[in-house]
Design a binder for this molecule. Structure first.
Ligand code: FAD
Ligand code: S2G
Ligand code: ZN
Length: 476
């Protein structure tokens, strides 16, 4: 169990009695109160099987009212609650550590409204990102974020982790695209900041408290989000590149020569792609190269955009920045290339245990750590590889070992976080802190910020029942 691996002690929360089950069944119907061990198991294990909790109870509310009643009761009874969306989080934040009650948003998946002029949509937190993207596409819009987990993750989980993903370079992060939030505080109070206005400067901007706080300040029940227009033209380039310095040069050239239509600039090294091709038997549309780059454009004129991207490819093949590549606007071909990039995340689950790192690093140092970690791991690792969102200065480094072992853990941590903080990076770019990183948060936030965070936590959740053991380190 997680608490053994990460030696954590259970805090003195209440323990569930049969009278509690009776109460929850009085507000939710029978089948939305799960007590059977087998039904509960998937809610106790995280996507990459790093963490395993011991919850004995899963609650599946359908309305904000029910969430409010559950939280008020749990707060009075000092029962800890672990909010869960699609359970695709990668920092152990979405599963219980001990016997916290799992509150699942899976049944809160209604779309409430969509304004086709402004592009603002209001929906419940449990809507699956891909379902939302399909819904708005039919109405000439797209979601402002896209990530490999889209088929499972919820918009409520995306908001709670301030998810970044593959479109952030063009459409910004959720602090910009979320217009409003409805949330429920630990004591059951419903906070309605669900306005869909682009501009609303009336007092403190409370919605931001819930974006990225990973379920520790309140539970997000509804979101209002701005959906950009579905572009008339989408083009995708997939290029082989000789070394990382050339990737940075290519990135600068893409910003200059593709300009306003650039919507994604992703990289992956040879091992990242090769592991994915081999383990998941996926096709690689070009040959083997030391590095790969994906460049996507979103524009309004197909002829202009494909001409622009084609001349970018031929120009940069002349300069040698691109060794070879392909450009396409055919949806099926683009899907194959994106699927290869999005599948890297889970590709090594077949090879063993993955130590996953998600760090922000100034672009000139973006790839430096990968060869250093390769050397540091030596023969202990099956593979060490880097991939991610170059445009965001965000690299994902996976260190794959046959099975979890504490020697590798102590070789990796805190070493990697010390190196990241030496270049003024962030120890968690987009996945959040969750359960696995509170003891490292000080590498990226100073004591005054951490004290303000714990003051906020005490104000919003005085009994500490919301997602305990996550995000903030225990009081110093
Ligand atoms: P969960 O995993 O269920 O929960 C995440 C956190 O939010 C937990 O702390 C949970 O307690 C809390 N939470 C969930 N719902 C609520 C709610 N309604 N109210 C309050 N708290 C809540 N992340 C990125 O940022 N960028 C990527 O590119 C990316 N790619 C991924 C690719 C794959 C294949 C996988 C498996 C994951 C990827 N992730 C990525 C990580 C993960 O998908 C994101 O963190 C996502 O936002 C989590 O959404 P979820 O609904 O699964 O949330
Ligand atoms: C991505 C997925 C999770 C990981 O693919 O962009 O965010 O770290 C990642 O593999
Ligand atoms: Zn990512």
């Amino acid at each position: 169990f997680s608490w053994e691996k990460y030696n954590v002690k259970r805090k003195n929360f209440g323990t569930i009695q049969s009278s509690d089950i009776g109460f929850f069944k009085s507000i939710l119907d029978e089948k939305r109160v799960l007590t059977d061990e087998n039904d509960i198991l998937p809610y106790n294990i995280d996507w990459i099987k790093n963490c395993r909790g011991q919850s004995k109870l899963v609650l599946r509310p359908k309305t904000t009212e029910e969430v409010s009643k559950i939280l008020k009761y749990c707060n009075d009874r000092r029962l800890a609650v672990c909010p869960q969306g699609g359970n695709t989080g990668l920092v152990g934040g979405s599963v219980p550590v001990f016997d916290e009650i799992v509150l699942s948003f899976a049944l809160m998946n209604k779309i409430i409204s969509l304004d086709s002029v402004s592009g603002s949509m209001v929906c419940e937190a449990g809507c699956i990102l891909e379902n939302l993207d399909n819904y708005v596409r039919e109405r000439g819009l797209i979601m402002p974020l896209d990530l490999g987990a889209k088929g499972t993750c919820h918009i409520g989980g995306n908001v709670s982790t301030n998810a970044g993903g593959l479109r952030l370079l063009r459409y910004g992060n959720l602090h910009g695209s979320i217009l409003g939030i409805e949330a429920v505080k630990a004591d059951g109070t419903v906070i309605d900041c669900l306005k869909s206005l682009k501009k609303d400067n009336t007092g403190y901007h409370l919605k931001h408290l819930f974006i990225g706080s990973e379920g520790t300040l309140g539970l997000v029940t509804k979101v209002a989000i701005h959906c950009p227009v579905l572009p008339n033209a989408v083009n995708l380039g997939f290029f082989g590149v000789k070394n990382f310095d050339n990737i940075l040069k290519l990135y600068k050239s893409a910003k200059k020569n593709l300009g306003e239509i650039l919507s994604a600039f992703e990289m992956a090294d040879f091992d990242a792609i090769n592991t994915t091709v081999r383990n998941l038997k996926l096709p690689n549309p070009i040959a083997d190269y030391p590095f790969y780059v994906l460049v996507e454009t979103h524009g309004s004129n197909e002829a202009h955009d494909s001409e622009k991207l084609m001349s970018f490819l031929s120009k940069e093949m002349e300069t040698g920045l691109i060794l070879d590549g392909t450009v396409t606007s055919e949806p099926a071909k683009m899907q194959t290339i994106w699927n290869l990039r999005e599948s890297i995340a889970g590709a090594s689950l077949k090879s063993g245990y993955i130590f996953k790192y998600d760090v922000s690093i100034p672009q000139k140092h973006y790839y430096d750590l990968v060869p250093i970690l390769k050397k540091r791991m030596g023969g202990r690792a099956v593979s060490v590889y880097g991939y991610g969102h170059v445009g965001d200065g965000n690299i994902h480094i996976n260190v794959v070992v046959p099975e979890y072992n504490s020697e590798v853990a102590s070789l990796m941590e805190p070493y990697i976080f010390e190196e990241v903080s030496k270049v003024n990076g962030s120890i968690s770019a987009e996945h959040g802190i969750g359960f696995r990183k509170p003891k490292y948060i000080h590498y990226s936030k100073d004591q005054s910020a951490l004290h303000l965070m714990s003051d906020l936590k005490k104000l919003m959740d005085p009994n500490g029942i919301l997602n305990p053991y996550k995000v903030l380190p225990d009081e110093p």
